[in-house]
Design a protein around this ligand. Structure first.
Ligand code: FDA
Length: 515
């Protein structure tokens, strides 16, 4: 980044010279406020004085505009932030404490599905500004027997999601979204547009699970689609504490990763309103499930597989047979019969809220007594979610070093602690953030150790950050970097040194160059 004083008209002049067709929104533009806020999922920083707002927002519809923006930003003293779906838990895709330009990929979201015979059979090119919902919808338009193993929330962007790993209901069967990337396009610090061959295998390795923001601007992924049956079965069983939720979760922990790979059962524990007179505060566990097959096969397999979770007591009447795309809508919380076009709603408000989250990977079952203490803590706040996502299956068959995402064999499940609040006030935020930090501290004896790991896509700045106003240190960053990336962190830092040695692509949790 240039050390020249920032003169706004110079940046605009530069953009006009390098790519005159690019629309640059200044803080004075009428559309600036709505563009800036539109895809933010966690608007808790909206009124914060700690963060700057971008000097400019650029919404490229062609790759060369991104190259021009990078070069002009470097020349005129700005950093860049890159936003695809805006779901970053800590807002790193659109906030910075240094003067910056926001590259918002909202117009770069074409999806081309390839179902022809030949080499490109059953693949898709998806540009990074597309959402998972748009991707799933496009796949379903082309085939009713193909899907893609990625997250459950349709408004998540494929740019951030796939670069951080990406897990969901098909992960036990097929692994991560990032495991299915076969090519990618990236604009580097010199504005060059690189595909897999040009970026080289090391960079291609790094952007699959190591996060995109450290290495350049990824514009598109080429992904391999996966087969899904015409009919899948879904069910959700709810149990409160009084109905034995703790015992069931204790049992779930011992089986969820060992069940047939076609079966995914996650657990979401949430508060049940204890506010009204006479209603006791409690929590409810929802066992939210998808099976890749029809109801009959589900019961058959349950009867014959060496591991089963029969204690859940699922009956045929609890189950629904759906197409895969209908199951996507079901997991996204849509009611039965909702048309699949609902997946195209980028502004769906269902999940938007002020929140703070933290995560852990669990290697051995947590004792029931400890779980009970978790629920007691949960009842101290009005809206918290403990989400447990099972691993095992295909995740056990992929080596830790295959791509940059490392959390494979040995992990039973990922656990996430989310707390939400309703009013955007400092005291409310402080109280809730304190609560989730205390819960995370309480969990220390029960989760992965040395390092205590976390999922990069569930970003948590409490784990550590790079220095803001001096050069970032690899040795300092190792403290938090190994939590997200284990031993892959060193290799990521070496890739960083090769593709962006001056550390232009830099934020609070970007990978610093090795050395
Ligand atoms: P966003 O645009 O905010 O980017 C996130 C990070 O990636 C930022 O650092 C950004 O700069 C960088 N980045 C984005 N696009 C880039 C690009 N094109 N090139 C380079 N860098 C880029 N996860 C999961 O695995 N399974 C799930 O089911 C869910 N569900 C879920 C629900 C909800 C409501 C939220 C808020 C989040 C999730 N997630 C998730 C987590 C999600 O995977 C994670 O937040 C992703 O980073 C979001 O990607 P976006 O593109 O939306 O984020």
């Amino acid at each position: 980044v240039s050390t020249k004083p920032i003169i706004s008209k110079d940046f605009l002049q530069c953009m006009a010279t390098k790519h005159s067709a690019t629309t640059v929104y200044t803080r004075e533009s009428t559309l600036y406020p709505s563009l800036f806020q539109r895809s933010q999922q966690n608007p808790r920083w909206l009124n914060s004085t700690l963060t700057l707002k971008p000097h400019y927002i650029v919404t490229p519809s062609q790759e060369p505009e991104i190259g021009a923006t990078i070069l002009c930003s470097r020349e005129h003293g700005f950093r860049v932030r890159v936003r695809s779906g805006g779901h970053d838990y800590e807002g790193l895709s659109y906030l910075s404490r240094n003067p910056y330009v926001l590259i918002d990929l909202v117009h770069l979201r074409a999806i081309t599905i390839n179902m022809k015979d030949g080499d490109d059979d059953q693949t898709a090119w998806v540009q990074c500004g597309a959402t998972l919902g748009e991707l799933y919808y496009s796949i379903a338009q082309s085939s009713s027997t193909h899907g893609f193993p990625a997250g459950v929330c349709p408004t998540v962007g494929v740019g951030g999601h796939i670069s951080g790993g990406g897990f969901g209901a098909l992960t036990r069967k097929y692994g991560l979204a990032a495991d299915h990337v076969v090519d990618a396009r990236l604009v580097d610090v010199n504005g060059r547009i690189l595909d897999r061959r040009l970026m080289g295998e090391e960079v291609f390795w790094a952007i699959r699970g190591g996060g995109g923001a450290s290495f350049g601007v990824i514009t598109a992924w080429k992904i391999k689609l996966v087969p899904v049956p015409l009919t899948v079965t879904v069910f959700t069983v709810h149990k409160t504490l009084e109905q034995g939720a703790s015992k069931l979760i204790e049992r779930w922990q011992k089986t969820a990763d060992k069940l047939p790979e076609d079966l995914f059962i996650r657990v979401i524990v949430q508060n049940l309103d204890g506010g009204s007179y006479g209603v006791k505060k409690t929590v409810q566990a929802s066992f939210n499930s998808m099976f890749l097959g029809n109801i009959q096969r589900y019961f058959n397999i349950n009867m014959h597989h060496q591991h089963s979770f029969s204690e859940l007591g699922v009956e045929a009447k609890d189950c629904k047979e759906l197409s895969w795309i209908e199951a996507v809508l079901y997991f996204a919380g849509h009611s039965s019969g909702t048309p699949k076009e609902a997946l195209l709603d980028r502004d769906h408000q269902l999940f938007k809220s002020y929140f703070k989250a933290k995560s852990d990977f669990v290697n051995q079952p947590i004792p029931e007594t400890a779980l009970q203490q978790v629920w007691e803590r949960q009842m101290q706040v009005s809206e918290a979610y403990i989400i447990m996502e099972p691993l095992g299956g295909m995740m056990n068959h992929v080596p830790e070093t295959q791509i940059a995402y490392p959390h494979r064999r040995g992990n039973l499940y990922n656990i996430q602690y989310i707390v939400k609040w309703k009013v955007n006030e400092a005291e409310e935020a402080r109280r809730h953030i304190h609560w989730v930090r205390m819960l995370h501290k309480f969990m220390s004896p029960y989760v992965s150790k040395s390092p205590r790991t976390a999922y990069f896509n569930y970003r948590d700045l409490d784990l550590g950050i790079n220095a803001i106003n001096r050069s970032a240190s690899y040795l300092e960053a190792r403290l938090w970097g190994t939590k997200y990336f284990k031993n892959n962190f060193e290799r990521l830092a070496k890739v960083k040194r090769s593709i962006d040695p001056s550390n232009f692509f830099r934020d609070e949790q970007s990978v610093p160059p090795f050395g």
